[in-house]
Design a protein around this ligand. Structure first.
Ligand code: GUN
Length: 301
């Protein structure tokens, strides 16, 4: 395998987390301890793994975490009450409500209940709107991680044609907004597009976020394009369970100039940017509380 073409998400996420650790240490010296609250409703096995990993990474970065596990039959009011308590608790900087929620809980209502300044997922409409207007708001973690990988690989993205495959609220739509902000020409294709493959073949940058194992093969790709594979699909193959992306990696590799593997590509970046968002939220809350002269001095927030 041509490892020069591999975009190493583990190494990139380690760099982000190292910066987060440095920033947290600086904040703690100024009397600010970043705190992330994670809420898990029900026992979805994948969500349990994700939540455990988020809490572990937070502790490693020096961020305190609070874990709230509610039973699968918890009512909407119980979830909203918990969010209201965490909103009102000044010691909590970030609130993450793990998705998916059990079907009887209205996802939009629960996400909208999180105070926008503590919405470290960037899913609140205030943050979604702010992103589309180019305001400095908390931004969804997976697309932010993809942007970091793209700028690490390509530098300035100005003028590139980016095709985003998938239009979810969590990845596709915010990804398109971030690429536009970085001065790309952006095309979003989806299950109802009549010419998705043809459009994708014109792309300098392909971001695949459809949740369909190995859907994108070499026939979708232009020679020399950069591919970011957001998909994490568990499949059974040769009697073995394994994770594959939305891109057929072996088919794509000879065509692309760079590609993220699955696992070890985008996955680790999501958690790293969750930690970065938690620090950003902590800094912004401290700045709102203190006068400018006393505000914590971290240049990047
Ligand atoms: N479930 C899958 N991805 C995500 C994510 O980015 N944030 C939350 N809260 N839940 C998820």
């Amino acid at each position: 395998m041509n490892s020069l073409k591999l975009i190493d998400g583990k190494a990139a996420s380690a760099r982000v987390l190292q910066q987060v650790r440095v920033d947290v240490a600086a904040l703690v010296l100024q009397g600010i301890q970043p705190v992330l609250a994670v809420i898990l409703v029900g026992e979805d096995p994948a969500s349990q793994v994700y939540v455990r990993n988020k809490i572990l990474r937070a502790e490693e970065a020096g961020i305190h975490s609070l874990e709230y596990r509610l039973p699968a039959d918890a009512g909407q009011a119980e979830v909203l009450d918990l969010i209201a308590r965490l909103n009102a608790d000044a010691s909590v900087n970030g609130i993450l409500l793990q998705l998916p929620l059990p079907a009887h809980i209205e996802e939009t209502r629960a996400l909208q209940a999180i105070a926008p300044g503590k919405d470290v997922d960037g899913f609140h409409s205030e943050n979604v709107g702010g992103l589309s207007q180019g305001r400095r708001v908390l931004t969804p973690c997976t697309p932010s991680g993809c942007m970091q990988l793209l700028t690490d690989t390509l530098g300035d993205l100005t003028g590139k044609h980016a095709v985003v495959i998938g239009r979810s609220n969590i990845v596709g739509k915010p990804m398109a907004a971030l690429l536009l902000q970085a001065h790309c020409s952006v095309t979003v294709v989806h299950s109802r597009s009549s010419n998705a493959q043809e459009l994708c073949r014109q792309a300098d940058i392909v971001v695949a976020a459809v949740g369909r194992p190995r859907m994108i093969d070499a026939s979708w790709l232009k020679e020399g394009c950069v591919v970011i594979d957001v998909g994490i699909n568990r499949i059974e193959e040769n009697g073995r369970s394994r994770l594959v992306g939305d891109v057929d990696f072996d088919s794509a590799l000879p065509i692309v100039s760079a590609i993220t593997p699955v696992p070890g590509g985008v996955g680790p970046m999501t958690i790293a940017f969750l930690m970065k968002n938690t620090v950003t939220a902590a800094v912004q809350q401290a700045q709102a509380q203190r006068s400018l002269s006393e505000a914590p001095c971290l240049s990047t927030y």
